[in-house]
Design a protein around this ligand. Structure first.
Ligand code: COA
Length: 339
């Protein structure tokens, strides 16, 4: 008998995105507001990042609440009821609690009693890690309908006295419903790519609050349970990996850059987005950007962007789109999707 290896061909079932949704909290924190909190300026933030304002969740508004709102929005868009969901995956680095998972709270809120539910932690790449995982479940015939959600309350893990990070992040959520499709031509996720380089875990992290460094009365003043980042190095890796991952899915899907109607990159920094698009040879008008309104909402960023691009008609049935992300870990991921 022939040996089975990782290159043994496997015919996966096609998987399509049949609905999208998103939610952002009401409260806006503008660059002018931040000028009153730390030594910064609207000019610096806009020039270095492109961000003008971000949303901040209310104290009693948790990650699961935001995730549930985006999920309901996506289910309505897809015309799918909560009972039809087989699988819920929530991507977040700001869970309601360490345990149970935020996916459990959302499953309960949705009354999606037939769904298995779990969280994924892959920072800003989380939504695409969730998409890849759902594609594996559906593509191998294990489940029919999956709900993937990315929700973040980053305002709870930002050090509001650190100007190098606090200007970058915001709160929000996005979701998508995935279902087994008829074939790739009628709309399907054509190709996916995910990658990890754990040797660079120091570049962007929340050092405290976990088992390695619990928060104690003695270290509480050090704010170790907040985001710490080496911005410059992170920037360089983001450009390299997003370009490579996008190229990989374009190639795997049998497409060229000219076939792409829209690219939806992770919304961290406008300069990163422009550098990636330029290296891929994709013109500005085919690049979706909304970070000026929300800042970097980590896993939720490309999920919110996908929903906004969908609802505002930035792509139509039959178009090829690319989503590409990058985040702490390091992690990166991309998908080529025929809508
Ligand atoms: N306002 C004013 N000045 C600021 C500032 C702020 N909010 N934040 C940093 N500065 C200062 C720095 O102190 C530094 O001053 P110095 O030269 O006197 O030391 C100067 O601006 C330049 O800092 P630097 O970090 O080199 O700026 P940069 O051009 O690299 O931009 C980031 C900083 C964070 C915007 C940029 O590195 C970045 O976006 N990196 C990637 C971040 C990211 O995407 N993270 C998420 C990945 S998912």
């Amino acid at each position: 008998m022939d040996e089975v290896t990782s290159s043994t061909p496997f015919k996966r079932l096609p998987v399509a995105i049949i609905g999208t949704g998103s939610y952002v909290p009401e409260r806006r924190l503008t660059n002018a507001d931040l000028e009153k909190m730390v030594e910064t300026s609207n000019e610096w933030i806009v020039e270095r990042t492109g961000i003008r304002e971000r949303r901040i969740a209310a104290p009693d508004e948790f990650t699961s609440h935001m995730g549930t709102k985006a999920a309901l929005n996506a289910l309505e868009n897809a015309g799918v009821s909560p009972e039809e969901i087989d699988l819920i995956i929530v991507a977040t680095i700001t869970p309601n609690t360490f345990t149970p998972s935020t996916a459990c709270y959302i499953q309960d809120a949705l009354k999606a009693k037939n769904a298995i539910a779990f969280d994924i932690s892959a920072a800003c790449s989380g939504f695409m890690y969730a998409m890849k995982t759902a594609v594996q479940y559906i593509g191998t015939g294990q489940v029919t309908t999956a709900l993937i959600i990315a929700a973040e309350k980053l305002s709870t893990v930002v050090n509001w006295e650190d100007r190098s990070t606090c200007v970058l992040f915001g709160d929000g959520s996005g979701a998508a419903v995935l279902r087994r499709a008829m074939n790739d031509d009628d709309g399907a996720i054509l190709a996916t790519d995910i990658g990890t380089d754990g040797s660079l875990h120091d570049l962007l992290r929340i050092p405290g609050g976990g088992s390695a460094c619990p928060i104690t009365p003695e270290n509480a003043h050090e704010r170790l349970a907040t985001l710490a980042m080496r911005g410059n190095e992170t920037f360089r890796h983001a450009v390299t990996h997003m370009k490579k991952s996008a190229e990989t899915v374009i190639r795997r899907a049998g497409l060229s850059a000219d076939d792409i109607a829209l690219i939806i990159p992770h919304q961290a920094n406008l300069r990163i987005i422009n550098a990636v698009a330029q290296r891929l040879g994709i013109p500005e008008e085919k690049v979706f950007v909304n970070l000026q309104k929300y800042g970097n909402t980590s896993a939720a960023a490309c999920a919110i962007a996908l929903d906004e691009a969908h609802r505002t008609g930035r792509f139509k049935k039959g178009d090829n789109i690319i989503i590409v992300t990058f985040g702490a870990g390091l992690t990166w991921a991309a998908a080529a999707i025929r809508w």
